[in-house]
Design a protein around this ligand. Structure first.
Ligand code: PLP
Length: 385
């Protein structure tokens, strides 16, 4: 059975071109880029090239790129590094819908005397910028607001938000892990101070990420040790990962407009067919301001996990909006923040597409989903007979 992979917000296939670029870095060019010898020196050149490739995708200077081990490390570094750089400020502003890589770190700071303000969202997942403006004060060290939501695909107006924050002595960080490669970013022309990227969300390898640090932004290093990354992130570089991420960024830059248009059409077809064929289903999120690859749909009266298991029988990989961590059946914090009713939040499914998805895959999912939903509803104790 062929796998139909619609879980690209969780992780993506490594592009063949990326894999080819990485291969020599394992057994042939394995030197340490910090070594004095020529063998190590050529590895340093590969890292410099990757830094340029990343910088080209997000339109910044290569010197503003720090390689990390993942999006989570980039987020942790941005938050902890900013607080350490501004020890006299005690307030952080974030949102209720952030990824745990941001939310858990912010919440932990409450144990260290920080005030953490979590901005709410409306029923479409949109932020109230007036509330943000009201909360900004002299005690605020950091505003950290994601670019695009991993569960719903909702895109926040980040340039507008950065414009509100700038000039007040507050650092602005955005977790752009889901946005990079799906939205064209131009950091040369923005007020964003810090921005997180993850390799494995853009057809690069796992275990590598980037933190963009705008020139002049104060940030204490999170990892201490050697002098790698100009003293901003210690640890011997994951050279194959960095080289792979560079290539993935080059590919994303080449294809960003055409691919996102094509993926957006496939997503729209999938979404409208499912909503049209499944009664008591609803879209979660802001249709106007969304990533082109993501749709999050709730099916009343049935469990998202049950739908996932049945989709899986046909080789269709999607994800449940309710993060069922360690046996808890709590619905997703994102959908809860949006006020999605409990019964709908429990039955939510996220389909997230990539440039490798085809129309046939969409058609197959359009055929199978209503069958599955009908079958489960027949078994559901919540459906009125
Ligand atoms: N931020 C967002 C919005 C994400 O979707 C993810 C991963 O799902 C992360 C951060 C964490 O990235 P990584 O898996 O590279 O640590």
């Amino acid at each position: 059975m062929k796998t139909i992979y619609f879980d690209n917000n969780a992780t993506t296939k490594v592009a063949e071109e990326v894999f080819e670029e990485m291969k020599p870095l394992f057994c042939e060019l394995y030197g340490n880029p910090s070594s004095m010898h020529t063998f190590g020196g050529q590895i340093g050149r590969r890292i410099r090239k990757a830094r340029e490739q990343v910088a080209a995708l997000i339109s910044c200077e290569p010197s503003e790129i720090i390689f990390t081990s993942c999006g989570t490390e980039s987020d942790n570094t941005a938050i902890r590094g900013t607080l350490a750089a501004y020890p006299n400020k005690r307030k952080i502003i974030t949102t209720r819908v952030e990824h745990p890589a941001v939310l858990a770190v912010c919440r932990e700071q409450e144990n260290h005397g920080y005030t953490v303000v979590e901005l709410g969202v409306d029923d479409k997942g949109r932020l109230d910028l007036a509330q943000l403006e009201k909360e900004l004060d002299d005690d605020t060290a950091l505003v950290t607001i994601m670019y695009a939501n991993n569960e719903t695909g909702v895109v926040f107006p980040i340039d507008e938000i950065a414009g509100l924050v700038t000039g007040r002595g507050v650092v602005f960080h955005t977790d752009a892990v889901q946005a990079v490669g799906k939205i064209a970013l131009d950091l040369s022309n923005s007020n964003i101070d810090l921005l997180s990227v993850s390799g494995h969300k853009i057809h690069g390898p796992k275990g590598v990420g980037v933190l963009y640090v705008r020139k002049g932004t104060r940030l204490a290093p999170f990892m201490l040790g050697g002098h790698q990354e100009s003293g901003r992130r210690a640890g011997t570089e994951n050279v194959p990962g960095i080289v792979g991420l560079g290539k993935a960024c080059e590919l994303a830059a080449e294809n960003i407009v055409q691919e996102n248009e094509r993926v957006g059409c496939l997503r729209d077809k999938l979404e409208s067919a499912i909503l049209g064929s499944c009664p008591d289903s609803r879209l979660n999120g802001d249709k106007e301001n969304r990533l082109p690859n993501t749709t999050n749909i709730s099916f009343e009266y049935i469990e998202g996990e049950a739908i996932l298991l049945m989709l899986d029988k046909f080789g269709i990989c999607a994800s449940s909006g309710s993060a069922c961590t360690s046996g808890s059946l709590e619905p997703s914090h994102v959908l809860r923040a949006m006020g999605v009713p409990f019964t709908a939040a429990h039955g939510s499914i996220r389909f997230s597409l990539s440039r490798y998805n085809t129309e046939e895959e969409v058609d197959c999912t359009i055929e199978k989903t209503p069958e599955i939903v009908n079958k489960l509803r027949k078994l559901s104790p919540f459906v009125a007979s």
